[in-house]
Design a protein around this ligand. Sequence first.
Ligand code: NAP
Ligand code: GDD
Length: 336
Amino acid sequence: MAIALITGITGQDGAYLAKHLLGLGYKVYGAARRNSNYNTERLEILGVEKDIKIREFELLEESNIRNVLEEVKPDEIYNLGAQSFVAASFKTPLYTSDVTGLGVLRILESLRSICPESKFYQASSSEMFGKVLETPQNEDTRFYPRSPYGVAKVYSHFITQNYRESYDIFACSGILFNHESPLRGNEFVTKKIAKAVARIKKGKQDQLKLGNLEAKRDWGFAGDYVEAMHLMLQANIADDYVISTGETHSVKEFIQASLEVADIPFEWEGEGIDTCAISKKSGKKIVVCSEEFYRPAEVDSLLGDSSKARKILGWEPKTKFASLVDLMVKYELENN
Ligand code: NAP
Ligand code: GDD
């Protein structure tokens, strides 16, 4: 039975990947940082909590990482752990660099001496393309990160590549574009919108406050994307792959689609920071923009070209934008 170690097991992708690997017959270890109460909610929602062996694991602490690798000796390591919220990285740039950037080096150094045969997956990000230099973005597009998070991911991307080339480690980076699900963290824009729209529908919330509604993202479904992570580690050669849908939509379009799923009639008014959505029923503003959710530097538009993954891995996204919005809003209407 193959053994997988997933860091960031308590996060969105950790939960979906664990479920996928268990379904394929893997023994799954989940690496989670110490907490007064491990946040296993997502694993419980997917019904896999009892099948995963949790080990204490802190990306800031090399001795901790070494102990886990010595005990588990994984065939495959999926490094999903990170300070992953872009907005927070402007407030905690040093911490983000340490966890999201140097944390990867700590794992690679430990892997190199303890289990050099382990295959390694690094969670790279479309945030590395930042102020994009071409559209769509593929594996050869130059990076231009726009946040401390993006810069840390560029470091971790290149250090993974460097360890592959220097020490012949089977190390891959998946350059994943935004992927969402009902298990998405509450601060990310899709979850924030889906949750608020359901609450507005139920009369539990009056208004949703957001930042830049013009930003565009290539949004896919997390359940589809974790399959690509696994496929990368089964390929003959270790390499890097863009994973995306090839469609881009604005935050405004996401709101529009969400209000339609919840059957809330509305109309748009204003432009830029004065944009708002007015309920046709109450005449009140149900969506407004606020300076507090704008970022010091923005990634305006992302659109991925995942033809390499389609060709070499046989991977393709199954969930389109409309189905993703439907899935997320209906989940909130039923469970919120
Ligand atoms: P997420 O839900 O925010 O999960 C992040 C995970 O990292 C959580 O389990 C978190 O643990 C853990 N973590 C944070 N700091 C840690 C530390 N110091 N030591 C050990 N673990 C730590 O993120 P996600 O959406 O699942 O994304 C997974 C990975 O893919 C991340 O590396 C992210 O940057 C990257 N990525 C995500 C997307 C996307 O659209 N979702 C796109 C491209 C790349 P706690 O539960 O204790 O906080
Ligand atoms: N979070 C948030 N909250 N974003 C908002 C808001 C708001 O109130 N209003 C507008 N936005 C805009 C942001 O400015 C950004 O342009 C866009 O919505 C998406 O924001 P997030 O959902 O926070 O995601 P992200 O694109 O910054 O980062 C996510 O995707 C990256 C891949 O490109 C994260 O999952 C990263 O970890 C990941 O690497």
